[in-house]
Write a protein that binds this ligand. Structure first.
Ligand SMILES: [Zn+2]
Length: 183
């Protein structure tokens, strides 16, 4: 348990960090929301806000946090969320129309199952490829802006070292991300 004064001092520490970084990273107009979650993470939805977990705010060095915020800012600036959704829908409808003439000998029921499974799989595969590409683009943009803000070039590398090497559909491997922001 934390006393309320300890709790509020942690809170004001977090807010101060964000204020400082907003200024230094030229993100003054960006709405950055704090999420009570101890995982080191940040994310964007389609509301043009950056959501950053308390786990990231409390545990990362300032240059790592700067890289993370710039990465998220790049997702917003490049419209990655909308683009990903648009591509997924386009591929799904393309695949569905391609499939409509296939398996004409199958019963309507099987045909329906095949089609919906393949359309679903195509959607997942597309999302995965597109979002991995967007992750790398956001990393490259973040790396560039990090250096422009005078943070040096280690923030991203340090941050990636904290991530485990598990496989993810939406994110490229840690090794690939480390390499892509190397000079
Ligand atoms: Zn990302």
């Amino acid at each position: 348990m934390y006393s309320s004064s300890e709790g509020s001092s942690r809170e004001s520490k977090r807010k101060k960090k964000i204020k400082k970084l907003k200024k230094r990273l030229n993100l003054k107009k960006r709405d950055i929301k704090i999420v009570l979650d101890s995982t080191i993470n940040a994310y964007v939805n389609n509301d043009n806000k950056i959501y950053v977990n308390t786990g990231a705010l409390d545990n990362l060095d300032l240059d790592e946090l700067a890289f993370l915020l710039l990465h998220e800012e790049s997702h917003i600036e490049s419209g990655h969320v909308e683009k990903n959704e648009r591509v997924r829908k386009e591929v799904a409808s393309e695949v569905a129309s391609e499939l409509s003439g296939v398996w004409s000998s199958e019963s309507g029921f099987l045909k329906k199952i095949f089609s919906s499974l393949i359309v679903g799989a195509a959607g997942v595969a597309t999302c995965s490829v597109v979002s991995q590409a967007f992750e790398l683009e956001a990393d490259i943009n973040a790396q560039k802006k990090l250096q422009e803000a005078g943070f040096g070039e280690e923030g991203g590398q340090k941050l990636f070292k904290r991530f485990n090497k598990g496989f993810s559909l939406s994110h490229p491997s840690v090794e690939l991300r480390k390499n892509i922001i190397k000079k």
